[in-house]
Design a protein. Sequence first.
Length: 61
Amino acid sequence: MTPITKDMIINDVIKRYPETIAVFNRFNVDACCGGGSSIEATAKADGVEVEALLVALNEAA
């Protein structure tokens, strides 16, 4: 498995690892409107701690 990084595009992560949708939802990250942006950009815009989100995403994937 390729690790999920902050530079990856949310839509690409969801396509590769559909189980991450629940993680984005749990962290209240806008995976719909923010889906075309990087994890880092969208998480920051939504006030989410990027590192904690990445840990959870990689655990889910």
